[in-house]
Design a protein around this ligand. Structure first.
Ligand code: PYC
Length: 413
């Protein structure tokens, strides 16, 4: 072993990076309390502190940083949605992701791989064409491709007529990307803490103080905190926490399972999605196949895995890549998806003055983290709802102005 390496290894403290300062005592009051220490809550804290100079912030997390849905997704980033509202919002996120490693100084391993949504039916082809047209109209790079080009983009796919649903075409979205999800949470946490934000892990919210229709504070397992504003960003627990503030959400909460295989030699460049087969797969930089399928068929709050999900998923993946038959699975898990009736998120003010909501992400919360954080921060700092999130207000369900995004889902519902 080179002596220099030995010297560095043995010298106490060298190269030890402090990501976060020690947790301070909870103060009795902050300007802003953010409930949820996932990528969304941490991004909002980061942008409030760095873009708006609002630094008297406590991020309150029941568990540990990025330990909820931030750690339980498959880290896909894309903006090839169906509605102009959705495309504009997720395109903002893609643009922020592209500069995030530079901005936070942390390698997020963000890699643009291209994203293929396979169409196996006339109806799926029609939807792909519709999405391509909306995407192009909004300046987002997407187009319809047919088997000859799909074979060039992903030669390993079975493009024959052997599968029970042969591939007829695909929506190709070159900016489709993957990133390391924990690095996104830690990048924002590190940047926010450096700017003066306090991050309190292991601190559970037990109540919301509301008086005269306005938020007054947050009760936690470590005491009460007064504040002027609250951002709720607790994907998977949105209805439960909103109920503490006294209002109901039009959300159904459903597990979404995923898994990874043993590492394989790199062979799969693009991210492959088939919503007809209910399967999607990408290959991580470690070589593992990161795979998922349809949401569970019932509402539930449990993060448990099931054999029937795995059996179904594996059968579907083998329709696409028959040569993977002997690959072993390594890990399986579930995230908890808060589904709205129109499959779009809820962002903005709530019936409680000063209480702001970032919720309803269903199966696409991770990719939204930067844009949700940026726009929620602007809303809280200025009191004005940014145009890009105006369509996603809670009031759309009573105004009958829903933003129907189901056709852009990568997973079956
Ligand atoms: O929206 O790309 C997506 C996605 C993949 C898995 C869950 N959501």
């Amino acid at each position: 072993m080179p002596l220099n390496l030995l010297w560095r290894g043995l010298r106490p403290g060298i190269n030890r990076r402090r990501w976060l300062p020690d947790t301070p005592a909870l103060k009795r009051r902050y300007d802003v309390v953010i409930i949820g220490g996932g990528a969304h809550g941490l991004a909002a804290a980061y942008y409030l502190a760095t873009r708006h100079g609002v630094k008297d912030i406590a991020v309150i997390e029941r568990g540990w940083l990025g330990g909820g849905n931030t750690a339980r997704n498959t880290a896909i980033i894309r903006s090839n949605y169906l509605t102009p509202e959705g495309v504009e919002f997720y395109d903002l996120s893609v643009k922020l992701y592209r500069g995030l490693a530079r901005e936070t100084g942390i390698n997020l391993m963000y890699t643009e791989r291209g994203h293929l949504t396979l169409a196996h039916t006339d109806a799926a082809l029609r939807t792909a064409r519709w999405r391509a047209e909306v995407n192009q109209h909004m300046g987002v790079d997407s187009r319809l491709v047919y088997p000859d080009e799909i074979a060039r983009l992903c030669p390993q796919l079975d493009l024959s007529d052997r599968p029970h649903l042969p591939i007829m075409g695909a929506l190709y979205h070159p900016p489709g990307a993957i990133a390391r999800h924990d690095a996104v949470a830690w990048g924002y946490a590190h940047g926010a803490a450096r700017a003066g934000v306090e991050i309190h892990q292991g601190t559970e919210v037990t109540g919301i103080d509301v008086a005269g229709g306005k938020v007054q504070g947050v009760k936690t397992s470590r005491g009460r905190i007064g504040c002027d504003a609250v951002i709720q960003a607790v994907a998977g627990s949105s209805s439960r926490v909103a109920a503490l503030a006294g209002f109901k959400l039009p959300i159904k909460t459903i597990p979404l399972q995923a898994c990874v295989s043993q590492p394989l030699k790199p062979f799969l460049d693009p991210i492959i999605v088939s919503s007809s087969l209910h399967a999607y797969v990408s290959q991580s930089s470690r070589g593992e196949l990161v795979m998922g399928g349809a949401v569970d068929p019932y509402p539930l709050y449990k993060q448990r895995s099931s054999l029937d999900f795995m059996e179904r998923l594996v059968a579907d993946i083998l329709e696409l890549f028959p040569f993977l038959g002997s690959v072993r699975m390594m890990r399986q898990w579930a995230g908890i998806a808060d589904m709205t009736p129109d499959f779009s998120p809820v962002m903005g003010p709530t019936p409680v003055e000063g209480y702001y909501l970032d919720a309803g992400w269903g199966t696409w919360g991770f990719k939204a983290s930067p844009a949700a954080g940026l726009t929620m921060a602007e809303l809280v700092a200025t009191g004005r709802t940014p145009e890009v999130i105006r369509p996603f207000g809670l009031d759309r369900f009573s105004n009958l102005r829903q933003v129907g995004e189901k056709a852009a889902a990568s997973v079956g519902h």
